[in-house]
Write a protein that binds this ligand. Structure first.
Ligand code: AMP
Length: 275
């Protein structure tokens, strides 16, 4: 990958990297299609990153199907699939980690200690290896986006971050490789996450600017679903992830994490973004 990317840069190709953990679905495909439009060369990485899992069982149960993934990617005219073995990314005695202070300990970071250290470290290694002009990420993982934007700025990467909207299933559930771990009943119950966020949006659009009122309606709607166990409902500044009191003046991220049985899902909406 080092020598390939050096060669591509010499040819002045615009390189797009789409980092994934595989088990590809329409959410990933939207990033890849955008990359295909914007770049001469599209590289998709598939790496189930051990450093970002808190629980060994979650890492082991994570769905993997490289054969199915590569045939999807071939149909999308992806140029290269980068699927390194763990010891290529983390050689023996690996001991250098990248931590985006502050942003990494909130929200998902509070429930999943060390998760974002793993994400920031692997993205740094991927960016250094591929040296893409553009890196494509999904709004589904809003905190990951905030962290990677901060990381690329702070460390002076030349890679520009492109963020794509959340792709959803028909019932509104945000697509995720983890959805396959849900029972059919849980899968339909999980639609409540998106419904609750849309209620929050409706309230904001009708003029409510008190963030705790928005959080309450979201929380109340989820609580009505007996299969749902809320981890958090938060209204925060989209960039700093600091809690906000009022919606006016900042772009607000309304983020939720909810468990259905053993499966923990996340979703979010952004309020007050003119884009
Ligand atoms: P993952 O394979 O889960 O690490 O995801 C790889 C990339 O796809 C990340 O940038 C995710 O945010 C993005 N992604 C995952 N699910 C969705 C979705 N439903 N809509 C948009 N992007 C997504």
């Amino acid at each position: 990958m080092f020598s390939l990317s050096r060669q591509l840069r010499r040819e002045e190709k615009v390189i797009g990297l789409v980092p994934t953990m595989g088990a590809l679905h329409e959410g990933h495909l939207s990033l890849i299609k955008k990359a295909r439009q914007m770049c001469d060369v599209v590289i998709v990485s598939i790496f189930v990153n051990p450093a970002q899992f808190n629980e060994r069982s979650d890492f082991e149960n994570y769905p993997r199907d490289l054969t199915a993934d590569t045939s999807i990617l071939a149909n999308l005219h992806v140029d290269y699939v980068f699927a390194p073995a763990p010891d290529e990314i983390y050689p023996e005695n690996f001991s250098t980690y990248v931590t985006v202070d502050d942003l990494s300990i909130k929200l998902e970071g509070a429930s999943r200690p060390g998760h974002f250290r793993g994400v920031s470290t692997v993205v740094t290694i991927l960016f250094n290896t591929v040296r893409p002009d553009f890196g494509f990420f999904g709004q589904k993982d809003a905190q990951q986006v905030a962290i990677i934007q901060r990381l690329t700025r702070d460390l002076g990467f030349e890679t520009e971050i492109v963020v794509m909207p959340i792709v959803r299933e028909e019932n509104g559930l945000a697509m995720s490789s983890r959805n396959d771990l849900l029972t059919p009943e849980q899968r339909s119950a999980a639609a409540v996450m998106h419904q609750s966020l849309e209620e929050g949006r409706g309230l904001a659009e009708s003029g409510e600017s008190n963030a705790s009122e928005i959080a309450e309606i979201v929380r109340g709607t989820i609580e009505k679903e007996p299969q749902a166990a809320i981890d958090y409902v938060a209204v925060v500044d989209n960039e700093t992830l600091e809690p906000i009191d009022r919606l006016s003046g900042s772009v607000a991220l309304v983020a939720v994490a909810v468990r259905f049985g053993n499966v923990r899902l996340i979703d979010n909406i952004v309020l007050g973004d003119s884009d």
